[in-house]
Ligand binder design. Structure first.
Ligand SMILES: [Ca+2]
Ligand SMILES: [Ca+2]
Ligand SMILES: [Ca+2]
Length: 173
């Protein structure tokens, strides 16, 4: 059991080292965005077309939405359909899957709000920070967070949550 319990810690240490390397590569400017700064959505692409933000809009069909980073005031809308939304860093932005069975990935860090919306959604986040909020909303959702310091809420439906730390609400089991 001891070996098993130390394994995630080592994985997290590796991830932290990788995260530090990414932050260093970014020159810290986006990392230390001042309060009240303009939206800083970067690298957002919807179905192959770049979108500048602060609103990143999908369609009522099945969309593929990617963003390198979201900042305060940036909002992603998947709308209807089975959307795939992948965000590397969500720094106080908002990600909405809206209706449909959506797949949402926050690959490095979430300090904003993720709302999967109606439907049976699949959400994975590596790190959910103290201000991070991840909501499954109605439907039978699958929520997975490797390191949670914020809130993960399955809301209505039979939700399956893989979350070890932090606040975990409305998950079964
Ligand atoms: Ca859509
Ligand atoms: Ca959707
Ligand atoms: Ca849902």
């Amino acid at each position: 059991m001891d070996n098993a319990s130390t394994r995630p810690v080592r994985a997290l240490a590796r991830r932290a080292a990788r995260l530090a390397a990414v932050v260093a590569a970014l020159g810290l400017s986006a990392w230390a965005a001042p309060v009240g700064a303009a939206p800083v959505a970067t690298g957002c692409v919807v179905n192959g077309q770049p979108q500048p933000g602060p609103e990143i809009n999908g369609t009522n069909g099945d969309d593929d939405i990617r963003c390198d980073s979201l900042g305060p005031g940036d909002v992603v809308f998947g709308y209807d359909g089975r959307d795939t939304v992948r965000v590397t860093f969500n720094r106080a932005g908002v990600v909405n899957g809206n209706r449909g069975a959506d797949t949402i990935r926050v690959e490095e860090e979430n300090t904003g709000l993720v709302q999967a919306g109606d439907g049976n959604d699949d959400v994975v986040a590596s790190f959910n920070g103290p201000s991070g909020r991840i909501h499954g909303n109605p439907g039978d959702d699958r929520l997975q967070v490797l390191l949670n310091e914020g809130v993960v809420d399955g809301n209505e439906g039979v939700d399956t949550c893989f979350v070890n730390e932090g606040t975990v609400l409305n998950c079964n089991p």
